[in-house]
Design a protein around this ligand. Structure first.
Ligand code: PAF
Length: 288
């Protein structure tokens, strides 16, 4: 089947209605476009799990706290359609802002996911996760898929969506997909397109630093000083670290020495690009 692109909820619902009538399972991959092989790994995973795959492309104004970031966000619809076609996606839902927010954004009902939305990216980008939770709830209600696929690169976003789905009893299964990386370790992101050649050489240091922190902590080094030293080093190298945090994987609370499943999360500016990355790792305690 070739890729069909629709822009209205009515057309989307008709497609899904036909698929479900035929007894087919529906997988959903929500995106903001400017697709790369990281997104394609979500599509491929969705194809493995479901009979029919729907992707959405919508640059959601509600989740941008910085207007110029919204204006400059890359929009590459034709190129995205080609990639989706090559990877066997059946339907692309690419709505306008009016289709998504017909009553205007100002009086839109908001979905807010407490606790896990606080701090980290939620701290640096006020309102961001309310915008994400709101648009994802709307998309889930529009598509009514069986399963939805999200990248683990946006670790906090995935935690917010999992909690939202559990708290609100939304009937959908959330599947996290491992981060796609360049050979040098740099996580694939639409924001890498903002990096100069020089910045692209430096960018892999971000993930390398996370690997070094995990190793140091597994060897018994102190949490606080390890993070402080790494942050200083990254800032000296040319990054502007927004946050570097060691958290408990389950709820993103600050890690304690008793936790065994940890995750390091980082957000850092490199030039004009705000890069995020994370590294979950186990902490095995040896009894002394
Ligand atoms: O991760 C993204 O691309 C966006 O935050 C999402 C989930 C599509 C919501 O706009």
């Amino acid at each position: 089947m070739s890729l069909l692109t629709v822009s209205t909820v009515a057309e989307l619902r008709e497609f899904v209605h036909h698929a479900k009538f035929k007894g087919l399972s529906v997988g959903f991959v929500p995106t903001m476009g400017n697709l790369h092989s990281g997104h394609m790994s979500l599509i491929k995973k969705a194809k493995k799990h479901c009979d029919v795959v729907i992707a959405s492309i919508f640059v959601n104004p509600l989740q941008f706290n910085d207007k110029s970031d919204l204006t400059n966000y890359p929009r590459t619809l034709e190129q995205d359609q080609e990639l989706l076609t090559e990877n066997g996606c059946e339907l692309l839902f690419a709505p306008t802002v009016d289709e998504m927010y017909p009553n205007g954004q100002e009086i839109q009902s908001i979905v807010s996911v407490p606790d896990v939305s606080m701090g980290l990216c939620g701290g640096s980008r006020p309102g961001h996760f309310d915008g994400v939770a709101t648009v994802v709830t709307k998309l889930f209600n529009m598509v009514q898929a069986d399963k939805a696929f999200f990248g683990e690169k946006d670790f906090q976003q995935l935690a917010v969506i999992r909690k939202m789905v559990a708290d609100l009893c939304i009937p959908i299964e959330i599947i996290g997909v491992a981060t796609e990386r360049n050979r040098d370790g740099l996580a694939l992101s639409s924001r890498n397109g903002y990096l100069s050649a020089e910045e692209l050489d430096l960018a892999p240091m971000l993930f390398k630093s996370l690997q070094d922190i995990a190793e140091a902590i597994q060897q018994g080094n102190d949490f606080v000083s390890t993070l402080e030293q790494t942050q200083q080093r990254l800032n000296k190298q040319g990054f502007k670290v927004d946050y570097l945090a060691l958290c408990r994987e389950s709820d993103l609370k600050p890690a304690t020495p008793d936790d065994t499943k940890l995750v390091i999360l980082v957000a850092a500016f490199l030039g004009s690009a705000r890069l995020i990355d994370n590294l979950p790792f186990p902490l095995n305690r040896t009894s002394d």
